[in-house]
Design a binder for this molecule. Sequence first.
Ligand code: NAP
Length: 301
Amino acid sequence: MTPRMTAQRIDGKAFAAQLRERVGTIAAEFEQEAGRKAGLAVVLVGEDPASQVYVRSKGKATVAANMESFEHRLPEDASEADLLSLVERLNGDEAVDGILVQLPLPGHIDEQKVIAAISPDKDVDGFHVINAGRLSVGQSGFVPCTPLGCMMLLTDRLGDLSGLEAVVIGRSNIVGKPMAQLLLDANATVTIAHSRTRDLPAVVRRADIVVAAVGRAEMVKADWLKDGATVIDVGINRLPPEPGAQKGRLVGDVDFGGASEVAGAITPVPGGVGPMTIAVLLRNTLVAAHRNAGLDVPESL
Ligand code: NAP
């Protein structure tokens, strides 16, 4: 019998902590040079409990990284015009380097219209079509935080990705598509799989790198993976609670236990990609601050 491998665990939590520390140091240097702190404005519309938690933790992380956090809360029934005029005000505010509008927005507000209203140079989420376009033609702009975080973990683990086969499962604008673009820019041979892909297990089995961004609990099984593949699990799914428990366990899109016996390296859920998202948001904000202040962006960012 072939001996089973045990995949190396890619510790996104530790990597993210290091990135946040580096951002904090550079943010303090920025303050010295620019005579002001870098600033991130986060806008929350309504009372969605999960969004409130995200906004609170983004605010705390921003302050901990020596940057200024501006929190703007609008009521659930705020009009689209109210939100657009707030975004317009933040676009013109020199203390604000990055603007993040927490999604999802209430149904009566057109998300695309709001994203389009954010100045592309303050769009630290990288969702504006101008930034999607910049990524696609290889100009510097802002790249969505989650895929950029995945890319950092991949290059840290693998170094040069040239010529590697990468399969991205999922084609959303915020994860799958920018992820594929980043891998392509790094000279990987990229396949994007989605719900209409035929024989997904066979497609995934070709991959040296698998990025799963689907939103289906433990969908990717051990026997879909090539021996030694590097697996980045973006999915965050809550299982139904076990009897007696209040909340179900969080799992990714990959069957972590099984996959760990075949993969060379794998991100856990939680503690893998998740913590990278906020760390990259802080990094993007500090990049924006340097550009807005006319300063060179430090290479270590
Ligand atoms: P999304 O917009 O719902 O996109 C899901 C993608 O998966 C779609 O392209 C869909 O294909 C594809 N898909 C669905 N079922 C499939 C199947 N059976 N086989 C193959 N592909 C399938 O989701 P998202 O926003 O990209 O997020 C994906 C996951 O990542 C979610 O679990 C989300 O919670 C998580 N996430 C995590 C972070 C983080 O910080 N860690 C950040 C963002 C998202 P079609 O296009 O054909 O419908």
